[in-house]
Design a protein around this ligand. Structure first.
Ligand SMILES: Nc1ncnc2c1ncn2[C@@H]1O[C@H](COP(=O)(O)OP(=O)(O)O)[C@@H](O)[C@H]1O
Ligand SMILES: [Mg+2]
Length: 274
């Protein structure tokens, strides 16, 4: 006779909790991996610029050439600092704290990470950023959502195109609305109800920059936006393009805006990646 198993069979709730934890881990690892590949690429580009202009400056002793070389080196150095500040912020702020956040600045901090990548794929970015009040969000997580949406937009624009990032204050609703729109290939009607499902993907696997193809991007976005008591909406037409709109709560009244941070407990996300 087989010895009785010492393990109790898992209940379906335990099973679901375990699967959710696994999904959250997969989401976190994918996000970190994509951020690493983005910033490593960008950083390498900056380093090449610095090295090349340093060589030019060494070779050409005349003042105008050296001045130009120093200008380029300084600009590249500043860009490198911006990039590392962005990624260090993401690594440092792994908490679940919400704080009044300037979304226009968050948009810029995110675009700086993808600037080169987007221009390499012949994609231009148009900003339509209204002056909006701060939103009550976890900046790190919203940056993650933005990265996912922008990378999806880039991947939908295989022939190049336009991405519009739009920020509007929806006063009556007390929400800020943030839209990422592309004029790419669009999403077929029958896919629309499934795109937020974990692991739903129409891509063969990660692309040459190591991004996408896992189907966890939009599932992550939806989870994050739900935790913010916000909304994520999609509108798409095949052959015309796609727009994802986030609705995020405005940070309360002037008195509530004091440096108060709200900690939200998320029971099934307890395992942190160091
Ligand atoms: N901007 C977009 N344009 C066209 N299709 C999109 C866009 N964003 C998402 N999709 C579709 O939704 C699917 C799921 O997206 P996502 O969850 O980010 O996973 P992945 O990018 O790994 O495929 C994509 O495979 C694609 O079919
Ligand atoms: Mg994706």
């Amino acid at each position: 006779m087989q010895p009785a198993s010492e393990q109790q069979p898992r209940t379906s709730e335990q099973e679901i909790a375990m699967l959710r934890r696994r999904l959250a881990d997969a989401q976190r690892m994918t996000a970190l991996g994509e951020l690493m590949s983005t910033t490593t690429h960008e950083f390498n580009n900056v380093l090449m610029t610095i090295i090349n202009y340093a060589k030019i400056g060494m070779r050409h002793k005349d003042e105008p050439t050296r001045d130009k070389a120093f200008d380029k080196i300084l600009a590249a150095g500043n860009r490198a600092a911006k990039i590392t500040n962005g990624i260090l912020g993401a690594a440092r702020n792994r908490s679940d704290d919400f704080a009044p956040t300037d979304l226009a600045k968050l948009v810029e901090d995110t675009l700086v990470l993808l600037e080169r990548e987007l221009s390499k794929y012949r994609i231009s970015v148009e900003r339509q950023l209204d002056d909006v009040p701060p939103a009550m969000v976890n900046p790190n997580q919203i940056q993650q959502v933005l990265l996912n949406l922008l990378i999806n937009a880039r991947q939908a624009l295989s022939q190049g195109g336009l991405v519009i990032v739009k920020l509007v204050h929806d006063r009556p609703a007390g929400m800020i609305s943030l839209t990422v729109r592309d004029n790419g290939k669009g999403i077929p009607q029958d896919h629309l109800p499934r795109i937020f499902d974990p692991y739903f993907t129409t891509k063969d696997g990660p692309d040459e920059t190591g991004k996408g193809g896992t189907g966890v991007g939009l599932a992550t976005c939806r989870d994050i936006i739900e935790m913010h008591k916000g909304k994520i909406q999609v509108a798409s037409t095949v052959g015309k393009g796609t727009a994802f709109t986030l609705k995020l709560p405005v940070a309360g009244t002037a008195t509530e805006q004091a440096p108060v941070t709200v900690r939200v407990g998320i029971p099934d996300r307890s395992s942190e990646v160091a």
